[in-house]
Each structure stands twice: as C-alpha cells, then as structure tokens.
Design a protein around this ligand. Sequence first.
Ligand SMILES: [Zn+2]
Length: 253
Amino acid sequence: MGSFLACQAWRLHYKDVGGKKLGQRSVCLSCNKQLKWYDNIPIFSWILLGGKCRYCKKKIGMMEILAELLMGLAFLGVALALNPFEMTLLGKMIFVLDLLLVTALGFLAIYDGMWGELPSFMLVIALVLAAGVAGCKIWLYGFSLPMLWNLLGAVAILGGIYLVLYLVSRGKWVGSGDWVLGLIIALSLSEAWLALIVLCLSNCLGLIIMYPTVRKKKNQKIYFGPFLVMAFVIVLVFAKVLNGLIFKQLMLK
Ligand SMILES: [Zn+2]
C-alpha cells in the first residue's frame, strides 16, 4: 500500500504540474527507462538497488522506502491494536474504516511531505471516512452528552487550534489544509485526551526530525502533515494504553 501510494502521489504530481507524461508502466524519473517488475518490489528492490536506478544510477530518494516501511508498520499496528477477529460487526466496520483512513492519510502525508500541498479531493475522502468512524463509535457506544463533549473537545483541540493559527497568521504559520487534517484526525479519534496527545506528539516529532534541517537552513518551511499523520497512527495504535493512563489517574483521585 505504501509503494502504491508513493507511486500514485508521483503520478498526480506530474499530472498537476503538467510536465512529462508518465506512461502506464513505472519509469525512472531521471532516465525515463521502463522499470522491470523485479525493480518494483516494495522495500526489497530499494535495498537491493542501494536506493539507486539500475540504469542511470540516480538516487531514487528516501520518500519511497520510508512510505513502504511506515505504511507496513501502520497496517501491522492497527491490525494488532484493533483485532478484527474478536469484534462485533460494528467493530469490524470501524476497523475497515480506520484502515482506509490510514491509507488516505498516508497519501496526504506523502504529498504534503514532498510538495507541501494537501490535495483537496483526498481531504474530502478522508473527512468522509473519519465522519464514518465517529458515527460508528456513537452507534456502538450509544449517544450521550459526555461523549458529544469529548468529540467536540477533540475537534476544538486539533481542528480549532490550527484554524485559529491559520486565520490569525493569514496562512503564514500553518497551511489551509492543516486544520482540515486536524479535524479529520479529531473526528476519527473522537476523544479530547487522545487529540491532545496527537497535538503534542506531532509537534515533538516535527521538532526532533526537522531540527537538523532547520539548523542548517534558516527560514526553512516545514510541512506539518506527515508529523500529524504519524502522531495519529501512533495514538490510534496505542489508544488503549493511553486511555488506561488517564483513567487510572482519575480513579486514584
Ligand atoms: Zn534511471
């Protein structure tokens, strides 16, 4: 799935910038040579080729291998955390919607990380999937006022803060898609406490991973999407552990 998304991101980007035409088969973006099937095997081909094109020896780039590895880990994590075999039908539906959402967000993270844009058609798809997850959760646990407050709290923390930052800075501090991405993540988690962890974790990840780049080059723009998505997947996978932490604290008090 990671390999597929990375490939689709390139195809969409090339279509959008109206540059070179990409054929049906995958080609090297540098020498345009058509790739053999054995050079397209996720993770293995990249490693066997040493991250370079077989023909022109130009570097393939880190995004491809990162997308393949991280997407694999994300699917493994979600499957282990939300074991679909022990679930009711509604639980299974949430599991499928969550996997589709992780896929849509993976695409957005790749596109944002590479070109600093969040394609709106994919934001809409992810928003519909996230609303579906929130709807299924309300259906599963039954509607209650505390639940609604919890959901609205999550939306305010992730969607609201980025919307305010966007409006106050007129798009200078954060991009226009970031608050929608926050809203999507908030809806699918439906819990204020988990939304708060995503907010902190994404900023920490961004700070740690981008620190060397920013130190070398001042005024460097950081695209925040990949870090928001990474933090979301980590919180989704460890939601039970994280919820256990706060509920234990509340019980002690
Ligand atoms: Zn090449």
